[in-house]
Write a protein that binds this ligand. Structure first.
Ligand SMILES: [Zn+2]
Ligand SMILES: [Zn+2]
Length: 537
């Protein structure tokens, strides 16, 4: 008998009973039990009685869900998983309130306090600087140089669209400190004499980000695992990585080969700009050409990322708006060949995610997608990321052009900065939904301690429901699950609790289908039937 022992035979299935299971399947919105096969698929969905009778006759292990709310795992449509994993484990954390007087000391203390030191050779990367803390809002390298005359230091800005480098870092990255020329959509802050202050934003960061030494691949894997663990805590079982590069795809490939990757990844490989990937465009294009060979069970590489403009946040305001003739402000356009790039990857059936935060960039990306659709009518679904600045004329185009409205960063939907932006930042869910757009939600996770979307959903659920929190709850639950699965073309595998789909589900401490997002917490996260996260009481 023992010779035939296997964990893959049907008696290894697990039955779950007594749940309040919100399936997202319109043909059966609620169930109270299900059975998960040894290979992690839902095989039966029904009532507790139905499940128990099968469980008894097949002697299955049974889990009592104790009347708790269960739903499919969350699909986060926009995460920077590698960046977050590295930042949380290997960067110096200096908080949000450093000043000219204390930033160097904070970097020094922070670099000793991070979990893993020396991940980037002798460079120190720190998070984050804030112009508010500096005289005249000028964050100058001189505040770092005295303590770090020979060590390259780079401090990231809040929105990940700016950096502060000390003099040694500028030199190592190859900047001409006295006479560095501007490039398209670059923003070099300069002293009165024209030399660099060390603060760089948008494409001015390209050389710096490329110069940061790559951590060893084993450390990249460690950082990814750390980030995935945190994402599980937020109930995420599937994500769109918004800045995939060569290093990350190698790490994901190894993790999946080792069968330790407990998350579905759709990897948006960066086409441009280089700073987002920390890698030269030459090798990024090669990676896009070779994307197929990095595909594995949990990694779908059929995705591209283009950052078309900056951010509508102070003090940058690098978003691309429209001029009085309705034309995009070309000075803010980061990727000038966006139309050619979208056409190229559209031909290959790859989904492009275009970061657009202004009326101009959004129009430009939709125009490019429209051109691609004319040339290749059966081409893939594309995405506009962010959608914080969408001109009224544009809403109807999302549905017509089969474009996903990927709404992010969720934490800004109802943020005070958004409210006080005078319309510059405005995530208009009502207009988007009324126009019939396919809507997904992204955290745009980039090093925050908690990427959970629930707090942000509490802020929009009533608006989304047209005044009804309950109606909003249903719609938001779909945006967080099946809509994400559809956006990445995997709606037959994940996104709802249905027979034949992967058993990715979460147990939550309240009923999200009724819009109860405020204070909601994930109690358990399951990936392909495995318990991958459990809240400790
Ligand atoms: Zn973005
Ligand atoms: Zn992003």
């Amino acid at each position: 008998m023992t010779a035939h022992l296997s964990s893959k035979t049907s008696n290894n299935a697990v039955s779950y009973i007594n749940g309040r299971i919100y399936t997202i399947d319109p043909s059966r919105a609620w169930a109270s039990g299900f059975i998960v096969s040894p290979d992690g698929l839902f095989t039966t969905i029904g009532t507790t009685e139905e499940v128990l009778s099968i469980a008894k006759s097949s002697s299955l292990v049974t889990v009592d869900l104790r009347n708790q709310f269960v739903m499919p795992g969350i699909h986060d449509a926009h995460m920077h998983v590698l960046y977050s994993g590295l930042a949380l484990t290997s960067d110096a954390n200096i908080g949000f309130d450093s000043t000219a007087a204390n930033i160097a000391q904070k970097v020094k203390e922070g670099s000793c306090a991070c979990k893993y030191a020396h991940a980037y050779g002798d460079w120190i990367l720190a998070n984050i600087f804030n112009n508010e803390g500096f005289p005249d809002m000028v964050a100058d390298r001189k505040y770092l140089d005295e303590m770090f005359p020979d060590t390259p230091v780079a401090v990231r800005g809040a929105a990940a669209h700016s950096l502060l480098l000390n003099t040694e870092a500028l030199k190592r990255a190859g900047y001409d400190i006295e006479n560095e020329p501007d490039v398209q959509a670059s923003r070099f802050m300069r002293r009165a004499d024209g030399s660099l202050t060390g603060e760089l934003s948008e494409t001015a960061m390209n050389k710096a980000m490329i110069a940061f030494p790559d951590p060893a691949l084993s450390h990249v894997k460690r950082a990814l695992k750390h980030a995935i663990h945190i994402a599980h805590r937020a109930g995420v079982t599937s994500c769109q990585e918004a800045s995939a590069n060569t290093l990350m795809l190698h790490a994901l490939q190894e993790l999946d080969q080792e069968q330790t990757l407990k998350m579905d990844f759709s990897t948006h490989i960066v086409y441009a700009p280089e700073y987002v990937a920390g890698e030269k465009q030459e090798t990024l294009i090669k990676l896009l050409d070779d994307a197929e060979q990095y595909k594995s069970k949990h990694v779908d590489t059929r995705f591209v990322k283009i950052i078309l403009d900056g951010v509508p946040l102070p003090p940058l305001f690098t978003q691309c708006g429209l001029d009085e003739n309705g034309k995009p402000d070309q000075s803010k356009v980061v990727v000038e060949d966006v139309a050619e790039a979208i056409a190229k990857y559209d031909e290959r059936g790859m989904t492009v995610k275009a970061h657009c935060t202004g009326h101009g960039s959004t129009r430009m990306a939709l125009d490019a997608i429209e051109d691609a659709r004319k040339r290749n009518p059966g081409g893939p679904r594309h995405e506009i990321a962010h959608n914080s600045g969408v001109h009224d004329d544009e809403y109807a185009r999302y549905k017509n052009l089969n474009v996903t409205a990927e709404m992010s960063p969720a934490m800004f939907f109802t943020h005070p900065l958004t409210a006080s932006s005078g319309g510059l930042m405005d995530w208009d869910f009502v207009k988007m939904l009324n126009a019939g757009a396919h809507v997904t939600i992204g955290s745009d996770w980039g090093a925050a301690p908690d990427p959970s979307l629930f707090g942000a959903m509490a802020g929009i659920v009533q608006t989304v429901g047209g005044g009804s929190v309950e109606r909003g709850g249903e719609l938001v639950c779909r945006m967080l699950t099946i809509n994400g699965a559809e956006a990445v073309g995997r709606e037959n595998e994940v996104g709802s609790i249905e027979v034949g789909k992967k058993a990715n589900f979460i147990v939550v401490d309240r009923d999200l289908s009724k819009g109860e997002f405020e204070g909601a917490e994930v109690l358990e996260t399951y990936f392909e039937g495995d318990l991958v996260w459990e809240r400790e009481d």
